[in-house]
Design a protein around this ligand. Structure first.
Ligand code: PLP
Length: 433
């Protein structure tokens, strides 16, 4: 399979180049040149397949034979090794719990897969690869843990000093080994600007191979399609049909993966794109006009995105045709107050503890489901990652899973940098060479 650039359909790369570089040479995002339709045989055996096996059967169309099938099956089984249960919350709504991985957020799925694919490609690449990632919280921990101990890959996580929660910070600053956390005296936007400057710095790129581990990398967002198939199989086994999937969205990598699964034949009736008050996409779905805006801080901070990077991929999937987009996706933006009241209401009436991101998904389904439909929202993070918000609302402690406690007991190891690029560059070169 070849992958084209969203800036130029004729500019194509093979899998290895696409994964190692992350972005196309013309700065476009990579898209698969075709989307295979899954054969009937897949649907016949789906009810008995594990998450790892679903990963193999669906992703092999994109990743094999560049990765030999036998190795790829081992890779998917190793990457997708934690449960992703569909848990009933109310009579018409279920949660797809994606937070049972090492860092308690759905990004573990994409990050673990990406790390394993990249490790394969670096083996015969001849030089180390340096992954540079800016984080406002969840991305840094999932990427750092996904790549921990992978030979030939150094990871640099840039984060804004004092602006991520303690729980989040501990998940990527206590690891050591091939992971370097850099505490930047600045904001998240400064961190993103520094990463962008590094990617444009030809002098640095002569000395180092740099790549990204954000959802712009196709090996990070594509694997997320596996849990859509798995969720569908579980929901059917639980007696549901007319299934509607709601995706709490920020950069829209997660929704894009679901839409690709849909084009491969997943019989989900429709999708709901739920955002917080950063509502560029819901507005576009109504008006047809895309107007990026500066991001606004909300309690669902992993979704505070004003110019979602994967939106262009959604447009490509539907050939820029708003009418066909609207047939499959509807949008809704959820106010902060509704996040808080949903967490309270669902705890009081269903004894289920939502995190702020999942609360957006639940609220959106409650507003948008039609009679007879069954809604599944993606529960993207564990509520224990946001104890301050959640505990204040439900008035009790949220139990911390053991793997979270282990991080909290670790020792914080960081490099420091100002928001000056030259200083950051010195820190990176010092560590990488
Ligand atoms: C990253 C993240 C999202 C947004 O996912 P996208 O793929 O960027 O749309 C939602 N919830 C949580 C908890 C996240 O970490």
């Amino acid at each position: 399979m070849l992958f084209y650039s969203t800036n130029n359909k004729e500019l194509k790369s093979d899998l290895k180049q696409a994964v190692i570089h992350g972005l196309a040479a013309d700065k476009g995002l990579f898209m698969p040149e075709s989307i295979p339709v899954l054969p009937q045989g897949f649907w016949d055996k789906l009810p008995g397949l594990s998450l790892g096996e679903i990963g193999f059967e669906t992703l092999k169309h994109f990743f094999c034979p560049e990765i030999p099938e036998e190795d790829f099956r081992e890779l998917t089984n190793d990457a997708f090794n934690f449960p992703v249960p569909v848990v009933p919350v109310s009579s018409s709504v279920s949660a797809l719990e994606l937070f049972h991985g090492p860092t308690l957020a759905f990004k573990d799925i994409g990050a673990r897969f990406l790390a394993r694919v990249m490790a394969r490609f670096t083996k015969d690449y001849g030089r180390d690869i340096n992954v540079l990632v800016a984080t406002s919280g969840d991305t840094g921990s999932a990427v750092a843990n996904g790549f921990l101990g992978v030979k030939g890959v150094n990871v640099f996580v840039l984060y804004p000093k004092g602006l991520v929660s303690e729980v989040q910070e501990k998940q990527f600053t206590t690891l050591g080994r091939n992971i370097t956390a850099i505490e930047v005296d600045g904001t998240f936007d400064d961190c993103q600007r520094l990463v962008k400057t590094a990617f444009m710095d030809d002098g640095l790129k002569e000395q180092l191979t740099l790549t990204s581990a954000n959802s712009i990398n196709l090996a990070r967002f594509l694997p997320q399609m596996v849990y859509y198939f798995y969720a569908y199989a579980q929901a059917v086994a639980q007696g549901h049909n007319d299934i509607v999937v709601c995706v709490p969205s920020g950069n829209f990598g997660n929704l894009t993966a679901g839409l690709i699964a849909h084009q491969m034949g997943l019989p989900v009736k429709r999708f709901i794109a739920a955002t917080n008050i950063n509502d560029v996409v819901p507005k576009y779905l109504v008006s047809g006009h895309y107007q990026a805006a500066p991001s606004v801080a909300t309690p669902a901070n992993a979704m505070d995105v004003g110019d979602p990077s994967n939106f262009i991929r959604i447009q490509k999937l539907f050939k820029h045709d708003l009418k066909s987009i609207n047939e499959v996706i509807s949008g809704i933006s959820v106010e902060n107050d509704a996040i808080f009241s949903t967490i309270k209401k669902v705890y009081d009436s269903e004894a289920y503890i939502l995190d702020p991101h999942g609360a957006i998904g639940y609220h959106a389904l409650n507003k948008c489901l039609k009679p007879g439909e069954h809604g599944i929202f993606l529960a993207t993070a564990h509520p224990a990652k946001f104890p301050k918000t959640v505990e204040r609302i439900i008035n009790r402690e949220v139990e911390q899973p053991d793997r979270l406690k282990a991080f909290l007991n670790g020792e914080k190891l960081v490099e420091n940098s100002s928001d000056e690029y030259e200083e950051l560059k010195r820190v990176i070169l010092d560590k990488a060479l």
